[in-house]
Write a protein that binds this ligand. Structure first.
Ligand SMILES: [Zn+2]
Ligand SMILES: [Zn+2]
Length: 89
């Protein structure tokens, strides 16, 4: 279901990953409603978690710093919006 073609820049598809400033790859939704690349989100949150040394409890949204309950570093606590298929196609 191609909602947006590569040429089109529609307002509905105007999401930008706040970390890499590109349209999110493997868009992932945080509980606080922010959309980021899966990779950017995981990298940012895991780095923050490692800094605190408290797995799960240190997980915060890189955008608004809301905590992400259920974070396990493998997709827990966040929602993937796009299947991986979109990349390989
Ligand atoms: Zn990104
Ligand atoms: Zn947030």
């Amino acid at each position: 279901m191609p909602l947006a073609t590569r040429a089109a820049r529609e307002p509905l598809h105007a999401y930008t990953c706040p970390i890499c400033l590109a349209p999110p790859t493997n868009a992932t939704l945080t509980p606080c409603g922010h959309i980021l690349c899966g990779e950017c989100l995981f990298t940012a949150v895991n780095a923050a978690v490692m800094r605190t040394g408290i797995t799960g409890l240190g997980a915060r949204c890189p955008v608004c710093r809301a905590s992400i309950p259920g974070w396990d570093g493998r997709g827990g606590g966040v929602i993937g919006l796009q299947p991986r298929i979109m990349i390989s196609l």
